[in-house]
Unconditional design. Structure first.
Length: 276
């Protein structure tokens, strides 16, 4: 069982000082990030569809072995618009050609319920993007049914497990998978902030005990799992990066029989950072 750990996005000014060196330029963030983690979720693609050139430039900044997970644009995941699908497909195919695309993420809104219409849209996405390893994250509790992971598995899609607050309308936390790949996203456990703006919603620092729950869950499901993807979306004030580092330490210490995938780039030389 291989454990891949990373964060949702990497280009955050408020990470400078705690995660990024104080003198590191924005243009060098991805290269530095690749010395710390083996993969990243691209979050900016949610707000605007990426071009192939943009994705290829990012790939060029990372070492062999590094992997990207690319989030679908909100026009596709939220608005169910077909117009952006061909261009998005073309861009991620080019990234796939570099060998650095690990998969795609469709983060559905809480307004998307388990209805025939919305199931049909997921089926359409499976037809158009499923061969590029598409994972689906649900937000509405109506998708929390025993048959849903099996259905996604039949479509060739991965279901995303989440770490979120305990709220009645929300898809609940807990281990779930539809294939031999387990994909977990860490958001927050603060119920009072969930329906605030994104800055407050994802403002959370996980404790070792909370992270350890997922180490135990991975251990309990190791017989059914070849690969675990652990992505931290609590991105304010470097919390995601620091929690991701801590999760790596916890897995490395635990007797899980798992192999934690290490960064593919060597640590940066200290003197080199002075002139970045």
């Amino acid at each position: 069982m291989d454990i891949w750990i990373g964060t949702s996005g990497y280009s955050y000014p408020d990470w400078v000082g705690d995660f990024y060196p104080a003198d590191l330029s924005a243009k060098r963030m991805l290269a530095y990030y690749a010395t710390q983690f083996p993969l990243v979720e691209l979050n900016f693609t949610f707000y605007r569809p990426p071009t192939a050139d943009v994705l290829l430039r990012l790939a060029d900044q990372t070492p062999a072995g590094f992997r990207f997970l690319v989030k679908l644009p909100r026009t596709v995941s939220h608005d169910q618009a077909r117009t952006d699908l061909p261009g998005f497909r073309l861009a991620v195919e080019r990234l796939h050609g570099t060998g650095k695309l690990l998969g795609l993420l469709c983060q559905l809104p809480q307004a998307t319920h388990n209805t025939p219409r919305d199931r049909a849209w997921i089926g359409h996405l499976a037809e158009k993007l499923g061969d590029l390893r598409l994972a689906v994250e649900f937000r509405h509790h109506s998708w929390h049914r025993a048959e849903v992971p099996d259905w996604l598995g039949e479509l060739g899609l991965d279901v995303v497990a989440v770490d979120v607050p305990k709220l009645s309308g929300l898809y609940p936390s807990g281990w779930v998978q539809s294939s031999a790949t387990a994909y977990v996203r860490f958001h927050s456990r603060t119920a009072g902030n969930w329906y605030a703006d994104d800055k407050d919603r994802y403002d959370y620092d996980y404790s070792d005990d909370e992270l350890g729950e997922w180490v135990t869950a991975a251990q309990d499901n190791a017989a059914f799992t070849d690969r675990v993807l652990l992505l931290f979306n609590n991105c304010h004030r470097s919390q995601a990066a620091l929690n991701a580092r801590r999760m790596r330490d916890l897995f490395s210490r635990a007797a899980t029989g798992a192999s934690v995938v290490q960064p593919f780039a060597p640590p940066p030389p200290v003197q080199g950072l002075l002139f970045s």
